[in-house]
Design a protein around this ligand. Structure first.
Ligand SMILES: O=C(O)C[C@@H](Cc1ccccc1)C(=O)SCC(=O)c1ccccc1
Ligand SMILES: [Zn+2]
Length: 154
């Protein structure tokens, strides 16, 4: 398990660096992040949260007490992500953050977003995401820009 940075640690407010080397070390980091996220019962985790300033996160939606209609999806490693387009509609919903334990707050997020990112082998993917998965993507994308839930509390 990796240690999770808590709100206030500088790394959480820094812009993360692009991933340029897709090697075994990156696979190991992804595995460690996944294990850390699962142990913390999260639906996502970003590299800065485990003290690695890299543009990389994992999203792993599953139905949970707050989003019973959340889709069950296999964990997805997202590297060097871009948000290409956003829906006009925004939806307020409850979010938590592994770096802000015990806090929950309502955050407005775009209902759907068109995204482009590299997978763990460096292949570019481009797709539209909506609903809870889009929410997780936006939350983790914020982490890569040094934005935490505190800055999003409206
Ligand atoms: O800090 C993180 O990135 C993990 C965070 C991701 C996230 C949760 C909710 C909405 C968007 C992104 C968590 O997994 S917090 C714990 C959790 O599983 C949860 C909290 C509130 C609502 C639903 C799930
Ligand atoms: Zn978070």
């Amino acid at each position: 398990m990796l240690s999770i940075a808590i709100y206030g640690e500088k790394i959480l407010n820094q812009q993360a660096e692009p991933v340029t080397v897709f090697d075994n070390q990156l696979h190991t980091l992804a595995d460690d992040m996944l294990a850390t996220m699962q142990q913390a019962h999260g639906v996502g985790i970003a590299a800065p949260q485990v003290h690695r300033s890299l543009q990389m996160f994992i999203m792993a939606s599953n139905p949970n007490s707050r989003y019973s209609d959340a889709p069950m999806m296999a964990p997805q490693v997202v590297i060097n992500p871009q948000i290409l387009q956003t829906s006009v509609e925004q939806i307020r919903g409850e979010e938590g953050c592994l770096s802000l334990p015990q806090e929950r707050c309502q955050v407005a997020r775009f209902e759907s977003i068109e995204v482009r990112y590299q997978d763990i082998s460096g292949e570019w993917c481009q797709e539209w995401l909506s609903g809870f998965v889009a929410r997780i993507f936006q939350h983790e994308f914020d982490h890569l820009q040094g934005i935490t839930l505190r800055e999003r509390m409206s």
